[in-house]
Design a protein around this ligand. Structure first.
Ligand SMILES: NC(=O)c1ccc[n+]([C@@H]2O[C@H](COP(=O)([O-])OP(=O)(O)OC[C@H]3O[C@@H](n4cnc5c(N)ncnc54)[C@H](O)[C@@H]3O)[C@@H](O)[C@H]2O)c1
Length: 290
């Protein structure tokens, strides 16, 4: 199962990166967005990133041009029908994702493999909605896709081994190191990362240490490039809370997934971290103030 033609649904932050790395790896890529303006915006992001790679001599200008030529945009899902692999990268909303896969299941050729880039939803529910759970996997890329070397390949309960293998090979083809994970909350990375960030909030909430000292502790004591509270601010307190909320609803008895009062209160107050200019730290663009 060699994947040559790839569909990417959603050309936001992650979708534009995934479309770009697939095109750079030589795949023909069809990118779907809800309207032309968003398609143009997504292509603008891809072209800007390709231009930067050419400027830094990471790509020749010919490679840059051929990468761009392999990308086609569309607002019609029917144009994805002949793809070997379709990666869903739309907003993190389970109903929207299930609706999309139900439509794709009807439109696409029988062999098409479906993948979701979801960070927090179970693969299984989307796989059932697609009507072809054996040809469904998770392909979880990391932000920024062009730089981050990892992709998690999520094996649903009904994913066929050959489909998992094809998805793993695709991950390697686009220059990532694939790791395999079962369909459990957060897969590998977020299952460890989200509770770590949240435990740091609980520690600050109890007054065990200041949030600055918690960060210094993990930066100097564990060699983490960014302490957990700063990373939480960077990722977004709202994003982290919504992941925890989803897990808590599914597994209400697991105390690890119960959102803390401090996190809930800060989100309510609009202290979302970097994106709102204030979380635990004050932010100026991508940098902590002071
Ligand atoms: N941002 C991250 O760091 C990150 C990391 C890993 C995984 N993810 C996951 O990737 C997915 C996308 O996240 P993002 O940060 O790129 O979001 P985003 O908001 O930047 O992009 C989503 C895009 O999907 C489009 N879209 C929405 N509904 C659509 C539909 N029905 N058909 C086609 N396009 C549609 C939107 O117009 C938007 O451009 C989410 O599932 C998210 O959980 C995000």
């Amino acid at each position: 199962m060699d994947i040559q033609k790839v569909g990417v649904v959603g050309c936001g932050l992650m979708g534009s990166g995934i479309a770009q790395v697939a095109a750079m790896a030589g795949c023909q890529v069809v990118v779907h967005e809800v309207n032309d303006a968003l398609l143009q915006k997504g292509f603008g992001r891809i072209h800007g990133s390709v231009a930067k790679l050419v400027e830094k001599a990471k790509l020749t200008s010919e490679q840059g041009e051929s990468t761009k030529a392999r990308l086609k945009g569309t607002t019609s899902l029917a144009d994805l029908a002949p793809c070997d692999l379709i990666i869903e990268v739309i907003v993190e909303n389970l109903d929207a994702k299930k609706k999309l896969f139900a439509e794709l299941g009807k439109l696409c050729k029988q062999e098409t493999i479906f993948a979701s880039n979801t960070s927090s939803f179970p693969i299984g529910e989307m796989a059932e909605a697609s009507g072809r759970p054996d040809r469904f996997v998770g392909l979880h890329f990391f932000n920024p896709v062009q730089l981050m070397k990892l992709v998690e390949v999520i094996q649903g309960a009904k994913s066929a081994p050959a489909v998992v293998e094809a998805a793993r090979a695709f991950g390697a083809k686009v220059g990532k190191t694939p790791i395999l994970a079962k369909d459990t909350p957060g897969f590998v990375v977020n299952r460890l990362l989200v509770p770590l960030l949240h435990e740091a909030v609980r520690m600050a909430e109890r007054g065990d240490a200041t949030f600055r000292d918690i960060d210094i502790g993990m930066e100097l004591g564990c060699g983490h490039p960014m302490g957990p509270i700063k990373l939480l601010d960077y990722v977004g307190l709202d994003t982290t809370l919504s992941i925890l909320d989803g897990w808590h609803q599914r597994y209400p008895k697991d105390p690890l997934f119960t959102p803390s009062e401090l996190l809930k209160r800060m989100v309510k107050e609009g202290k979302l971290g970097r994106k709102s200019g204030k979380g635990f730290y004050e932010w100026e663009g991508d940098k902590v103030k002071g």
